[in-house]
Write a protein that binds this ligand. Structure first.
Ligand SMILES: [Zn+2]
Length: 150
């Protein structure tokens, strides 16, 4: 039977954000979430053991980015200058992006960031390892999905 095998790895982190005055619901307020991302990877060819990618390598790649840029940071839209300036004045950890920090926008942006990290893995070299899907939970009940378009 024809099909494609993928693997998925989960990672969690804590991060603050706000959607600001353009948002008319409670998400306009500065608040935090326990974000969860589940990355799904495929490969043109598996390694000699039949792996798309070792789960440990996949996690290490995501964790480096998450720990360095996102965990216990505030993700802030550069257009939200009041919040950006406040965080800068406080010297607080922040991750500046160029879009409103909805889970939909974060999901697409994170897909590109995670692919960059996977591309740096020696274990993935030359085998066409690529992110084919990413699910990001903002709350236990709400998530966004990104899917690779061919
Ligand atoms: Zn939120």
């Amino acid at each position: 039977m024809n099909g494609t095998v993928t693997i998925s790895r989960r990672i969690e982190w804590d991060m603050a954000h706000r959607l600001g005055p353009r948002c008319t619901t409670k998400c306009k307020n500065l608040h935090g979430h326990r974000y969860v991302a589940i990355a799904t990877l495929g490969a043109e060819t598996t390694d000699e053991l039949g792996m798309v990618l070792d789960f440990g390598d996949a996690f290490k790649a995501m964790k480096g980015f998450v720990d360095g840029q996102l965990d216990h940071a505030c993700v802030v839209d550069r257009g939200d200058s009041a919040l950006r300036d406040f965080l800068e004045a406080q010297g607080d950890k922040r991750c500046e992006v160029s879009f409103p920090t909805t889970v939909e926008n974060l999901c697409g942006w994170l897909a590109a960031r995670f692919q960059e990290e996977f591309d740096r893995l020696p274990a993935a070299a030359g085998r066409g390892v690529r992110l084919v899907g990413l699910r990001v939970f903002e709350t236990p009940n709400c998530h966004a999905d990104w899917t690779l378009s061919e």
